[in-house]
Design a binder for this molecule. Structure first.
Ligand code: CU
Length: 106
């Protein structure tokens, strides 16, 4: 296999792994990671608080709210409709994140 082909194979494998991994957001160092997460309609996102501080996952428009998540606290939310969902932490309003929900392609 040429070097280019084997590099391509590694990239494809990496992308496949990403596609299969359940979508998740880590809350660490007063930030959401990734800051912007793109998923497909119907997928459930798991938010995990890896900080020593409590945090919330609260939609800017109030559509969803995890309420307080303590250290190691977990909250799941299923996004059924395509769109862009901005959220923040009520305890630290400077913490912001976005979930981009794409329509399911037939
Ligand atoms: Cu917070």
């Amino acid at each position: 296999m040429s070097k280019l082909l084997s590099t391509l194979a590694v990239v494809m494998l990496f992308l496949a792994t990403l596609a299969l991994a359940p979508p998740s957001v880590e809350i660490k160092n007063d930030a959401f990671a990734p800051k912007t997460l793109t998923i497909t309609a119907g997928q459930t996102v798991t938010f995990t608080n890896d900080d020593d501080d409590a945090h919330t996952v609260t939609a800017t428009d109030g559509a969803f709210d995890s309420k307080g998540l303590d250290t190691n606290g977990r909250w799941r939310h299923t996004f059924t409709k395509p769109g862009t969902y901005a959220y923040y932490c009520q305890l630290h309003p400077f913490m912001k994140g976005t979930i981009v929900v794409k329509a399911v392609t037939q």
